[in-house]
Design a binder for this molecule. Structure first.
Ligand SMILES: [Zn+2]
Length: 186
């Protein structure tokens, strides 16, 4: 099983290949057809989510109750991932192709909302007034798709490097093995 550092190297190499391919396609005028889909904003968001998924939000956060590389990249905020690590067995549901990456998105949304709520609730005691406002830009669908694609692609590369097939989830349910032990190899 590749170490955290190896996973990052694999993901970065693939990203460099993608970027080179994109630059080449652009220079040949091949991207023009997809101009609306490949707006600079979407491409930027895709790249950002891919990098976030490669360094900060990886499947191996299921080991966050120990000391894992992705958790260390968060600094002190890495502590926020400890409950995720205790909830998920290493290479269990966290390492499935569709649900696995989704568990981390949902987890971040829940933790983010809880933090936002705590901040708005506590700020007045310190003499501050905080308000969170969401504003959707008109092309939010393409942006969301770009972000999701970038994130999922980074997760899938991790799973491929781990040697995990897309039907991992189904196999797991069928076998219903006892919870795996948790080696800390990262
Ligand atoms: Zn892994």
């Amino acid at each position: 099983m590749p170490s955290g550092r190896t996973h990052e190297a694999i993901n970065l190499t693939f990203f460099a290949g993608l970027a080179a391919g994109y630059a080449y396609a652009k220079s040949q005028g091949l991207t023009q057809e997809f101009e609306t889909l490949l707006s600079p904003q979407t491409v930027t968001l895709f790249s950002l989510s891919y990098l976030v998924g490669s360094f900060l939000v990886t499947p191996d956060l299921d080991l966050a109750e120990n000391n894992v590389r992705a958790k260390r990249h968060w600094g002190l905020l890495g502590l926020l991932w400890v409950p995720y690590g205790t909830m998920f067995n290493h290479r269990g549901m966290s390492h499935t192709w569709i649900l696995g990456p989704l568990t981390r998105l949902v987890y971040m949304a829940v933790v983010g909302l809880a933090l936002a709520y705590a901040i708005t609730f506590l700020a007045p005691y310190f003499g501050y007034q905080v308000q969170f406002q969401a504003q959707l830009s008109s092309n939010w669908q393409e942006l969301a798709l770009g972000a999701l694609l970038g994130y999922y692609l980074s997760q899938w590369l991790h799973l491929i490097a781990d040697g995990i097939a897309p039907d991992h989830g189904r196999k797991r349910r069928k076998a219903s093995r006892p919870p795996s032990t948790k080696p800390n190899k990262n």
